[in-house]
Ligand binder design. Structure first.
Ligand code: 13P
Ligand code: SF4
Length: 390
């Protein structure tokens, strides 16, 4: 088996002290049982006043999201990160790749803080820059790199965004993937797209939104020579999909969709495009977290929904809309474990550290990576569509 420097260890195989790095917070991490955590968070946020700007992704816990100045999906948070250039500290309640993007999109004097450094993303970790560079070499050797445009999902490390910026590519999110693919196909005659790292978002967008035949979407396995593809498969492909997926959205299955349709009359299935193609094919509606929220807000009272996305968001929607029947599209509990790393003790610890004059867990991207990642992010922000306040 090929050895790669993947930061995540398969369960039960060895130990990885670095994977627990966020737990060992310098100073005092308050106990989760501390009854004063909410009051402490309020007091620290009030003491920091305009100096701090808190961003919260929709998958964050209720206990944390209540303190966000802005909530949103990945696109909205990337755009809003730059909304408060006067704020000295951006506390990012989300995951590492989002905080990196916020650092890239904010001013040089602004400091981006991730309350727990262990809040990574298993999907982002499925593509490492050295693997992507090796892939590019293989595409060059196959004589097709000149026609390939790299597109990376926001859920990727800054160095992969920079790779896309340097090689004429773009970043996309789940809310603008179709526009980004259209842009990418327009960049070169007979363009092919290397789509990183989520094969499902790439396939769902290409096939269902752009009408690209399924057999022109091939999966590049970075652990196999030449991605496990023949020269002919590569030549015929329009979409070269990186073999990555979201461990949360990958759980939803077409069988559960069938079961729910059989048991809940008139249920509408609403899913995120990170779900498997077979699930999205059976769904009524598909879209980003922001789209899911807007759809439920606009839905009539009494309507029934089964939602395939992270459980914190589904539970929050169910609580906020007691007049609608909202079900989770999985039989088991399915939180994003890394999003859940940001809990109230870490949030309080981060804010109180700032009040005390130390900057904890600052996320910084080196200038050369930042320059090219910004190119790819700015190309995304300039795409037509969701670029204004929405
Ligand atoms: P969006 O917020 O863009 O829908 O992405 C979902 C997600 O998985 C973020 O990690
Ligand atoms: Fe990553 Fe999936 Fe969690 Fe989003 S929900 S942070 S893609 S593991």
């Amino acid at each position: 088996m090929t050895t790669v420097d993947l930061p995540l260890l398969p369960l039960g195989r060895g130990t990885d002290i670095a994977s627990e790095r966020g737990v060992d917070c310098p100073g005092d991490l308050p106990a989760a049982s501390d009854p004063d955590l909410v009051a402490r968070a309020q007091a620290a946020k009030a003491a920091l006043g305009e100096r701090v700007f808190v961003l919260g992704h929709h998958y964050q816990r209720d206990e944390v999201i209540q303190f966000a100045d802005v909530t949103g999906d990945s696109f909205k948070l990337a755009r809003d990160a730059a909304a408060r250039p006067d704020a000295e500290f951006i506390v990012f309640c989300g995951v590492h790749f989002m905080a990196e993007s916020a650092d890239i999109l904010t001013g040089p004097d602004q400091k981006v803080i991730l309350p727990d450094l262990a809040a990574g993303c298993s999907m982002a970790d499925m593509a490492r820059i050295f693997q992507v560079e090796k892939t590019w070499d293989a595409l060059t050797a196959a004589g097709i790199a000149d026609s390939v445009v790299p597109v990376t999902y926001m859920n990727s490390s800054a160095d992969i965004k920079a790779f896309c910026g340097r090689n004429g590519g773009v970043v996309c999110t789940s809310s603008n993937a179709e526009t980004a693919l259209e842009w990418a196909f327009d960049q070169k005659p007979d363009a092919k797209i290397l789509f990183l790292p989520d094969q499902h978002l790439g396939r769902n967008t290409a096939v269902l939104k752009m009408g690209i035949p399924l057999d022109q979407c091939v999966v590049w396995n970075p652990l196999k020579p030449n991605g496990g593809l023949t020269a002919e498969e590569l030549q015929n492909a329009r979409m070269i999909l990186w073999k990555g997926h979201c461990s949360v959205h990958g759980r939803f299955s077409p069988e559960v969709v069938d079961e729910l349709r059989a048991t809940i009359p008139d249920v509408q299935i609403l899913v995120h495009p990170e779900c498997q193609h077979e699930v999205v094919l059976k769904a009524d509606l598909v879209g980003s977290t922001e789209f899911i929220i807007q759809t439920i807000e606009a839905a009539p009272a009494g309507s029934s929904w089964a939602i395939g996305t992270e459980l914190n968001l589904v539970q929050r929607l169910a609580k906020a809309h007691p007049d609608k029947h909202i079900t989770f599209l999985d039989k088991t509990v399915c939180y994003c474990s890394t999003m859940n790393r940001i809990d109230l003790p870490h949030f309080v610890w981060a804010l109180e550290s700032l009040v005390a004059g130390t900057v904890p867990n600052q996320i910084t991207v080196d200038p050369e990576t930042e320059r090219w990642a910004l190119t790819a992010l700015e190309r995304m922000l300039a795409l037509p569509g969701r670029t204004h306040k929405d």
